[in-house]
Write a new protein. Structure first.
Length: 92
């Protein structure tokens, strides 16, 4: 789809990266739709961009990376308030 976010393969050995996971889908189009919604609603708030990460046949929607777990924890309420989804912390 034109203008859609790239789908990333799960990087090997990307230790220490912390993300907020907001969804996981079997269909890439559903994941891309959520990414577009998140980025339009959170971009002005200075949040890191949402992206799709593919692992096997699952498309995870994650926001980040954040520099550390505390930074990600601090962003949970903002994400929840803006998009109505309570994210989980996902470390890589």
């Amino acid at each position: 789809a034109p203008g859609s976010a790239p789908v990333r393969q799960a990087p090997a050995g990307a230790a220490g990266m912390v993300y907020l996971q907001v969804g996981a889908f079997s269909q890439p189009a559903n994941a891309q739709s959520l990414v577009a919604r998140i980025n339009s609603q959170l971009g002005a708030a200075g949040a890191p961009p949402a992206q799709v990460e593919q692992s096997n046949n699952l498309y995870r929607v994650r926001i980040g990376p954040y520099p550390d777990r505390q930074s990600a924890m601090d962003a949970v309420q903002l994400v929840s308030d803006r998009i109505g989804i309570l994210p989980s912390i996902a470390a890589q």
